[in-house]
Design a protein around this ligand. Structure first.
Ligand code: FAD
Length: 552
């Protein structure tokens, strides 16, 4: 008999660690304890099951304890909560949640994958009926039952992170009028504000109401409904509430075993996923890991890192040496017809930690404009001022967002620069991309900034620059001006007239040419500077400016 490996938690991290351990060692004794009824279920599919996109509940259950026994020869015990760890004795104490019976089990190596618990703020009325969290199968059963059987008319989703957004979409698709109540001035905090506003417009267009910069104060009962009272005094009556205000790592077992907890509250692990106890490993939502871009310890509640860490912990527990190099927090979310994605650091994070960065915005077609159906892809890229090393990116669009964020995530991991992005050879045929893919375009523009071919002004600097006398030049057509709006105080010189009207300009002034997305602004900038004028192109054109200045 090989070593005895005990695993706490039987879903993303736990089940993966168990299966990996068996592939590494045929003679290890492997026991998995899961306090719930189900193992290896698709948490990420739960919103879509409630929305009837995933039609069969059975499709969420990726494996049963019996299948684990048959396929992997792994002893999976459900309804089994680990309530204590004794690191000296190398035992865990288990409580059978069905019978109440307690017993101990010895281990040689222990892997913790207990996940995270949803934050439940201590608000008046939070325990009322029909206020839900969504973490597991029983949660989704409860919510789906109400939607299926009680024909609810309206819902409030508290919190506009990815689960809140997915639920807002799925409830709306089921005919439930949904309001998102969010404390911040934006949904999806992994994006910077000006990128998130694109989703705000889309949510509103899809009949989801946004109540931003407003938290929930209390819940109360009003006839058969729940009355949600916000901190600003608004009252919203609804039939169900979904709480998705964040999660915190399940670290209670680790604390009780006196394992080191990191500054973020996650269980501290080294790059082999080992905790401060040499025989205990930890993975998934419960652990703190290294942010690849900044080196800071962070929490990432994502399935990809949990699965990878689980494989690594299993390897190391069984004597191999495998390293987890950190995470980028790469994520993608569908919001009705739009997709938003991010990887690496966002601007808020870089600013907060005084890390030097430059920003560039581009808005490119998802594929060749002459092939039907192309849509806009907005990319914000953050990169190092000196080297051009890519630090982070955010993309909002409708098509091809997922593949492009994956290219950028790979680029960051490979320590690529914006100059490398210029050169990437990406697959092209008219239905899928352009000969210059949006990723190449974002590389060209960022590289132009670094090479000094294009000085830029950002939307955030415009007011101050104008106060100092800078003059905006709108390069768009009369038609665009009339139909898309303009920035107050701008001169209007369409790009095709610029060369012939240079005599109207003054070489002592500072000019800020702009167009719809930045390309004509770049052309104008080159014309201006080569003729001795001072110029800064407005990055991302009026599109970024409008996104950033959107008031709710
Ligand atoms: P979990 O998968 O949550 O598993 C932890 C398990 O441990 C639980 O089943 C729990 O019951 C058990 N447990 C806890 N304590 C004990 C104990 N003391 N004894 C025994 N058992 C215990 N991520 C993405 O990357 N993309 C997505 O689209 C996505 N969508 C999501 C949608 C929803 C609704 C949810 C809830 C999560 C989503 N995630 C998504 C996040 C992803 O599911 C998690 O990051 C991942 O499941 C974390 O794995 P884990 O093993 O750490 O925790």
């Amino acid at each position: 008999m090989g070593i005895k490996l005990v695993i706490v938690g039987g879903v993303a991290g736990g089940a993966t660690a168990a299966a990996r351990a068996r592939r590494v060692s045929e003679d290890a004794e492997i026991v998995v304890f899961e306090r719930g009824e189900y193992i290896s279920f698709a948490n990420c599919g739960l919103p879509y099951y409630i929305g009837n996109v995933i039609k069969r509940r059975a499709h969420l259950l990726l494996a049963t304890p019996e299948e684990f026994k048959k396929t992997y020869n792994i002893d999976v015990r459900i309804f089994s909560e680990v309530i204590g760890i004794n690191p000296k004795e190398k035992t865990v104490e288990i409580k059978n949640t069905a019978t109440g019976k307690k017993y101990r089990e010895a281990y040689d190596k222990l892997i913790l994958s207990p996940g995270a618990e949803p934050i439940k703020p201590p608000l008046e009325g939070i325990e009322l009926e029909n206020i839900f969290n969504l973490r597991n199968i029983p949660d989704s059963d409860r919510i789906k039952k109400i939607v299926d059987e009680r024909n609810p008319q309206c819902a409030v989703v508290v919190g506009g992170g990815f689960i809140g957004l997915e639920m807002a979409e799925n409830l709306t698709e089921r005919g439930v009028k949904t309001t998102i109540v969010e404390m911040l001035d934006q949904v999806m905090p992994s994006l910077d504000y000006e990128m998130a506003t694109l989703i705000h417009d889309h949510l509103e267009a899809k009949n989801v109401e946004l109540e931003l910069e407003n938290g929930v104060k209390s819940f109360s009962k009003a006839n058969d409904q729940i009355l949600v009272t916000t901190q600003k005094g608004r009252e919203i009556a609804c039939d169900l509430v979904l709480l998705s205000v964040g999660i915190r790592p399940e670290n209670s077992l680790a604390k009780q075993a006196i394992l080191k907890i990191g500054p973020t509250g996650g269980i501290a692990v080294d790059d082999t996923m080992r905790t401060s106890d040499p025989d205990i490993y930890a993975v998934g939502d419960a652990v703190e890991v290294r942010d690849i871009v900044t080196g800071f310890p962070i929490l990432t509640a994502l399935a990809g890192p949990a699965n990878k860490q689980a494989r690594i912990a299993a390897d190391n527990a069984l004597g191999r040496k495998t390293i987890f190099t950190g995470t980028l927090g790469t994520s993608v979310v569908k919001v009705f017809d739009m997709v938003l994605a991010s990887t690496g650091a966002n601007e808020k994070f870089l600013k907060k930690h005084n890390i030097p960065y430059l920003v560039s915005y581009t808005h490119s077609g998802s594929h060749a404009g002459y092939y039907p159906g192309a849509t806009n892809t907005s990319i914000k890229i953050l990169f190092s001022p000196g080297t051009g090393k890519v630090l982070g990116a955010q993309i909002v669009g409708r098509k091809g967002v997922d593949k492009r964020i994956d290219v950028l995530a790979t680029a960051i991991r490979a320590k690529m620069t914006v100059f490398d992005l210029e050169e990437l050879e990406l697959a092209y045929a008219p239905p899928y991309s352009s000969a210059k893919d949006p990723i190449n375009i974002c590389g060209f523009v960022a590289a132009n900034i670094l090479k000094g071919d294009m000085e830029i002004a950002h939307w955030s600097e415009l007011e101050a620059l104008q106060k100092n006398g800078a003059i905006l030049i709108d390069l768009r057509t009369r038609f665009e001006l009339k139909h898309v709006g303009k920035i107050e105080g701008a001169l209007h010189i369409p790009i095709n007239d610029l060369r012939s009207r240079l005599s109207e300009l003054n070489k002592q002034e500072d000019y800020i040419p702009y167009c719809a997305v930045g390309y004509r602004g770049y052309l104008a900038h080159r014309i201006l500077v080569q003729n001795g004028f001072k110029s800064k192109n407005l990055s991302g054109g009026i599109m970024t400016y409008t996104m950033a200045n959107k008031k709710e």
